[in-house]
Ligand binder design. Structure first.
Ligand SMILES: N[C@@H](CCC(=O)N[C@@H](CS)C(=O)NCC(=O)O)C(=O)O
Length: 213
């Protein structure tokens, strides 16, 4: 499965918050590539990511962080996915296709993370950060616009880039597959649901709450 320039690492450590879709993306790509990892669960609600030892790994105070065996710490889920998948079939080799994959991952960061993920988090932990009804309404409209874009794209193809499963699919799947937890019904997106099923049926697939490593 790994190509010549594939990134190989002895045993990286993933710092994660088990509820996080961003951390889930990293768990999925490591599973796909058969890379074993140490798992360190942190509780963002208890402020673990704002403690000095963790800020030394990621000054932004956010999971996921992937610590490599030489001590280098990588943050930002999209960057971690590219780093780990480069040189493997999960990241296209053609420059234009690479850019297409990055385009979808940027789309996810702008339109899904912070929108669908935020609605999901606030519904799951209503006491953590008080949310006004207008905020939910805005996320609902913004999120459905993004889901409609995905529906249009996926009604023509099986996967997001070149009809081959890639880190772009992993990045988008992470929060879209649990959009219902944020109050988003996927009933009107048949192509999107078929794509979710395609990703879910991959042998390496694990559920978002599977943190076994
Ligand atoms: N753009 C970042 C977002 C990371 C992020 O939002 N992490 C959240 C959990 S999903 C976090 O650590 N929040 C804790 C905090 O900000 O204090 C990525 O894609 O990795």
């Amino acid at each position: 499965m790994l190509g010549d320039d594939a990134y190989v690492c002895a045993m990286p450590t993933l710092y994660d918050y088990p509820f996080s879709g961003n951390g889930y993306k990293v768990r999925l790509v490591l599973r796909e590539l058969g890379i074993a990892y140490e798992y360190r669960a942190l509780d963002i609600l208890k402020g673990h990511t704002r403690e000095p030892w963790f800020l030394a790994k990621n000054p932004a105070g956010q999971i996921p962080v992937l610590e490599l065996d030489d001590g280098a710490c990588l943050s930002e889920s999209s960057a971690i996915l590219v780093h780990v998948a480069r040189g493997t079939p999960l990241f296209p080799s053609d420059p234009l296709s690479q850019t297409r994959a990055l385009q979808w991952m940027c789309f996810e960061q702008s339109n899904i993370d912070g929108v669908i993920s935020r609605a999901r988090f606030r519904r799951a932990f209503p006491d953590a950060i008080p949310t006004r009804p207008e905020e939910f309404a805005a996320w609902l409209s913004e999120g459905h616009r993004a889901l409609a874009v995905l529906e249009g794209h996926l009604s023509q193809r099986e996967f997001l880039v070149d009809d081959a499963f890639s880190i772009a699919d992993i990045a988008l799947y992470a929060y879209v597959h649990c959009a219902d937890q944020g109050g988003f019904s996927l009933d009107t997106y048949p192509a999107l649901r078929r794509w979710l099923q395609r990703v879910r049926s991959r042998p390496a697939h694990i559920a978002i709450d599977d943190v076994a490593g």
